[in-house]
Design a protein around this ligand. Structure first.
Ligand code: 5AD
Length: 356
């Protein structure tokens, strides 16, 4: 048997490979390997989640950010970015619309906006939880202190998304200014997990300076950190950033990695990201068919959707909008999957899918 197939079988059976083995898997990627990974990934996902696809309503609460990440369109130094921050009432209105549409998870995502004090956020969380006790709240608001995370958790937040961006310190420093460090990123992720959040990490595929070795390190990081969720999507350049002239990440490589991550942690919640749907029309369907099981339609008010531009060309109307949820359900049904209305928590019941 060739070494590539051997490694895929090993990963499928043991959920672990060495960094060198991950690197080999990526470097020698071919169609046969991609198809086998997909096949195994789909079997594993089915064991935990049947053919369910979970939806999360994404609310982009603010594009004001104190950070200056080189890849990101809402970086502080982008003076062309038309800044906004939703009010508490606007956010509650998004939740109300989302709830009526069937969403049972709200993801509040935004830049590191100084107006999001613990006090302000905790009040908001209590309001949302008070109105929708059957819903899960996910936060994606960047790096904060442990004390702050604890307060947010105590006020009702269930999950937190904080991509690690890259598990290699040197690569990290090529994507971020020096006040941002991988060490602090990992500190945040460890604190979040320790506090009891369901935690998501993740990275961009094809970010500038990323090597195959770096991706292998990311996979090893996921294997050791054991996140509940993992956001992986292609890098897409934004015209007002340092990386304006770089090229987008590869969809096929991204899907290949989604399959690998499914095998590393079979019960992981793995979104087919908006970025994947942006670089290719059928990107998200391809993601689902590679082992992803989550999609995150946009619930933000139409007036701000274009302003929350992390990269150029972000899909923000039509299929992407929550109002087109029915279309999304149809497109998932067409490839054999069912969008389900539930909180969609991670299935920790070690193996089999339970029907209730
Ligand atoms: N292309 C793709 N993804 C991006 N993100 C930020 N900028 C870009 C970009 N140009 C991702 C980062 C961040 C998440 C919210 O969006 O990984 O963690």
């Amino acid at each position: 048997m060739n070494k590539l197939i051997e490694l895929i079988n090993k990963l499928n059976n043991t959920q672990t490979l060495s960094i060198d083995e991950y690197e080999y898997l990526i470097k020698n990627r071919n169609e046969e390997a991609a198809n086998l990974l997909k096949e195994y990934a789909i079997i594993k996902r089915k064991e935990h989640y049947s053919n369910s696809v979970f939806v999360r309503g994404l609310i982009e609460v603010s594009n004001i950010c104190k950070n200056d990440c080189y890849y990101c369109g809402i970086r502080k130094s982008n003076l062309n970015c038309d800044r906004y921050r939703l009010t508490k009432d606007e956010i509650l209105e998004c939740c109300k619309d989302g709830y009526a549409l069937g969403f049972r998870t709200f993801v509040l995502q935004g830049g590191e906006d100084g107006a999001f004090t613990d006090e302000w956020l905790c009040d908001l969380l209590k309001c949302i939880k008070g109105s929708y006790p059957d819903c899960a709240i996910t936060l994606s608001l960047g790096e904060r202190s442990r004390e702050s995370y604890q307060k947010l958790y105590d006020s009702g937040a269930d999950r937190y998304l904080l991509r690690h961006e890259t598990a290699d310190e040197i690569h990290y420093s090529k994507l971020h200014p020096s006040d941002l460090t991988l060490t602090n990123r990992i500190r945040c992720l460890n604190d979040l997990k320790d506090i009891g959040f369901q935690v998501g990490c993740g990275f961009m595929v094809g970010s500038p300076f990323q090597t195959t070795k770096n991706i292998a390190q990311d996979l090893k990081f996921i294997e050791t950190f054991q996140p509940d969720m993992c956001g992986v999507g292609p890098f897409i350049p934004h015209k007002d950033t340092v990386f304006a002239n770089e090229k987008s990440g590869d969809v096929d490589l991204c899907c290949y990695l989604l399959s690998i991550i499914r095998l590393i942690k079979p019960n992981i919640l793995l979104p087919a990201t908006t970025a994947l749907g942006t670089v290719r029309n059928d990107g998200r369907e391809k993601g689902i068919l590679s082992g992803a099981n989550v999609v995150m339609p946009n619930l933000s008010p139409l007036s701000v959707r274009k302003k929350y531009a992390l990269y150029d060309g972000k899909i923000s109307t039509g299929e992407e909008s929550a109002q087109s949820l029915q279309k999304l359900k149809n497109s998932m049904q067409a490839i054999g999957y069912q969008v389900v209305v539930s909180r969609g928590d991670i299935n920790k019941n070690n193996n089999t899918f339970s029907k209730e």
